[in-house]
Design a protein around this ligand. Structure first.
Ligand SMILES: Nc1nc2c(c(=O)[nH]1)N[C@H]1C(S)=C(S)[C@@H](COP(=O)(O)O)O[C@H]1N2
Ligand SMILES: [Mo]
Length: 335
């Protein structure tokens, strides 16, 4: 097989979070209060001040079972605060629900996420229709705290819960002809008001893709939760991609199709404005967007008087882990 098995030691568990916090949280999760989490209440929200404001959720049974075995803090960031939950869930890009940052929170409760069917097709030994549970079945849930840098020059820090995309892909057994993975979002206009307006230029469904080696990189994540609970609809429930070294638009939400393909797929933003948004979309402070600089970013939350601006890091701070994927490539051309 051409596919490289990820070495977990590459980047996981290498960066350690304030220890007391996780010890404290683990103890909490093992304690009597855990039944609160199993009942759909965000136990973590009570245990950890950084999870303040997390709304309770009704999680599917498989999620609660996995949450009990979750590997908390498997990947973290050093000296950076987690974005408060209310900001991460009320300042969103999810154009299917409308173009404004508040539209996803306003409208995404209309989205029906159960049952959810993911079609797997293309150059793969195990094509078929899968439930989320099937897709994440063997893997342990990991909490990974990643920076999220939008191409619009704002950023957040989000504690995702998910499984490594590499694990999921390996279980589906792509053939050696699979050179790229293509992802598609649900397109259900009855539940997605943004799809019904005539103003949107997007050619639905929303499509994203990765080169196979990018998809197999141990940092690539399939998220099913965040802040210790299932994914809120506006953040891409029930299953979305998270690729932390790329601009946020690569991290496609509410996935219903995973295709293993031979050619680089035509992706949504690249197709719409190829001179502004590339297929690779690696976070790069040295390559400006034609209409604005990418050298700095606004870390949310911020305010007019305290915009909280910081320097953008190469590959969003994941250079050590991912730079080798692009050796010899001209990153000004392959933006
Ligand atoms: N299907 C779909 N996925 C999407 C988008 C979208 O409009 N539709 N927006 C992208 C963009 S531009 C960003 S920055 C992130 C935002 O993720 P968040 O709302 O969870 O922070 O989702 C990405 N995934
Ligand atoms: Mo974005």
């Amino acid at each position: 097989m051409l596919i490289r098995t990820p070495r977990r030691s590459d980047c996981l568990e290498s960066e350690v979070t304030p220890e007391a916090l996780y010890l404290n949280r683990r103890r909490f999760m093992q304690g009597a209060a855990f039944s609160a989490a199993a009942a759909g209440l965000p136990a973590i929200a009570q245990a950890d001040p950084r999870y303040a404001g997390v709304e309770p959720a009704n999680a599917p049974v498989w999620f609660d079972e996995k949450l009990r075995q979750a590997n908390w803090g498997a990947v973290t960031v050093k000296n950076e605060a987690i974005t408060p939950y209310p900001d991460a869930t009320h300042y969103n890009n999810f154009y299917e629900f409308g173009p404004d940052k508040g539209d996803p929170a306003r409208h995404a409760s209309q989205l029906v996420t159960e049952p959810w069917v993911v079609t797997v097709d293309g150059e793969v030994a195990k094509p078929g229709k899968y439930s989320i549970e099937d897709l994440v079945s063997d893997a342990a849930l990991e909490e990974r705290i990643y920076r999220l840098r939008c191409v619009e020059a704002w950023s957040m820090v989000i504690p995702w819960l998910g499984v490594s995309l590499a694990d999921l892909i390996s279980r589906l057994e792509p053939t050696t002809d699979a050179k790229y993975v293509r992802f598609e979002t649900l397109a259900r206009p009855e539940q997605m008001p943004g799809m019904r307006t005539g103003f949107s230029l997007i050619d639905w469904p929303y499509v994203e893709g990765l080169r196979m080696d990018e998809a197999m990189h141990p940092l690539s994540l399939i998220a099913v939760g965040m802040y210790g609970r299932v994914l809120p609809n506006q953040n891409g429930a029930p299953m979305r991609l998270v690729v932390p070294w790329k601009y946020g638009f690569k991290s496609i939400k509410s996935i219903v199709r995973i295709s293993f393909v031979r050619e680089q797929p035509a992706t949504t933003w690249e197709s719409m404005a190829p001179q502004e948004y590339g297929f690779y979309a690696n976070v790069n402070p040295n390559v400006s967007h034609p209409r604005w600089s990418q050298a700095r970013e606004r870390r949310l939350p911020g305010s007019l008087f305290s915009p909280n601006v910081r320097e953008t890091q190469m590959f969003n701070g994941y250079k050590e882990e991912v730079a080798h994927l692009y050796t010899g490539m001209d990153l000004r051309k392959n933006y």
